[in-house]
Design a protein around this ligand. Structure first.
Ligand code: AMP
Ligand code: MG
Length: 342
């Protein structure tokens, strides 16, 4: 694709106005949200949305999340609002939850990747909300990484991936959550979790007062020929250049394994305080007893592995419940499902 000059501006009122102007003109803009940085464009404009796919190198069959700033804007993008969606919106919006509903005609097939549903989220980040409001548009915004790489959690990560490919990136600081939104569909028979995130399955069940099904692609590799309920789940994802390998066992087993597997280019992800106890160079990734801190640090840690020219990166195996489910889901994809049982 043609390269262009990419501006990186702190989130001032003028910068937000400039972003809104570009978005109204059918251009793309990198924006901060509380989950990860997004690459935004007018969700109702097929040509604008095509620019997102081109800039990211994203496969055309992977649909985008549409961002709104007020409940009144929901009517424009969906055909109907199920009771379950209202309950979830009441409990978790604005915030890191994406709800899938039947799409309206205002949403072109380019945005929904040909599906008859649309994923909608109301972010809580003040800059994201201000940009949506100022543009007057629902904004399609997938994560602002080059397709396949870890999602960007700072404006600098975004700039590194998209420099020359987008006209503007707005810097709103580091993302608080650090992993992408939880995705739930209420378009089918039964509410189903398609992607875990900061809002947990347990929280969703609490708000809905019923069980939420778990898409099998969350914790397991899709079988050959199996169709993903959420197309994004079928791709290799979140991967640094290094080979990521998950080790499942106690801390002592982790250390013992690393004693015999160290060498040039070998690194270990570790929890705070473990650096001095491990026999290979470490990349810190949150605190052992605090999955929110792990989610916050994960993508940055994966990018650090590349910065340090890692060839192999070992990582602790996270738990699979609560917020740890989101960390496990991202890490297992970064590791292309390589897990060693210790
Ligand atoms: P990203 O924007 O990079 O956070 O990716 C959006 C995620 O939401 C991907 O995993 C998509 O496959 C998923 N998604 C978006 N729209 C839909 C939809 N209509 N049905 C199912 N999954 C969707
Ligand atoms: Mg993404």
């Amino acid at each position: 694709m043609d390269t262009m000059e990419t501006k990186l501006l702190p989130a001032s009122p003028q910068a937000i106005e400039e972003a809104a102007k570009l978005l109204r003109a059918g251009e793309t803009v990198g924006i901060p949200t509380e989950t990860v940085y997004g690459l935004a464009a007018d969700a109702t404009n097929s040509e604008a949305v095509t620019k997102i796919f081109e800039a990211k190198g994203r496969p055309q069959d992977n649909p985008l999340i549409v961002h709104i700033s007020r409940m009144e804007e929901l009517d424009r993008v969906v055909r109907e609002i199920p009771q379950a969606a209202l309950r979830l919106a009441e409990a978790f919006w604005p915030g890191p939850l994406t709800i899938i509903m039947k799409k309206s005609d205002a949403i072109p097939n380019t945005t929904s990747a040909g599906l008859d549903t649309v994923a909608v989220r109301m972010p809580s980040h003040p800059v994201a909300r201000e940009i949506i409001r100022a543009s007057g548009l629902p904004l399609a915004a997938p994560s602002a990484n080059l397709s396949g790489l870890p999602s960007p959690t700072t404006a600098q990560h975004t700039f590194r991936d998209l420099n020359g490919r987008v006209p503007l990136i707005i810097d709103g600081g580091a993302c608080a959550v650090g992993v992408e939104s939880t995705v739930i569909t209420v378009a089918g028979e039964k509410p189903t979790l398609l992607r875990p995130g900061y809002i947990t399955k347990e929280q969703l069940e609490g708000a809905l007062g019923c069980e939420v099904a778990l898409s099998s692609a969350i914790l397991n590799k899709l079988a050959d020929g199996e169709v993903a309920a959420s197309p994004g789940m079928k791709y290799k994802h979140y991967s640094p250049k290094a080979d990521v390998i998950i080790l499942k066992g106690s801390f002592d087993q982790y250390r013992a394994y690393l004693e015999t597997h160290g060498g040039e280019g070998v690194f270990a992800m570790c929890y705070e305080g473990e650096e001095k106890k491990l026999p290979v160079p470490c990349i810190p990734c949150g605190r052992a007893d605090d999955p929110a801190s792990q989610a916050h640090a994960l993508f940055s840690a994966l990018r650090e592995a590349d910065d340090r020219n890692a060839k192999v990166v070992y990582a602790h195996c996270p738990a699979q419940n609560g917020l740890s489910m989101a960390v496990y889901n991202r890490l297992i994809r970064a590791a292309a499902f390589q897990v060693v049982e210790l």
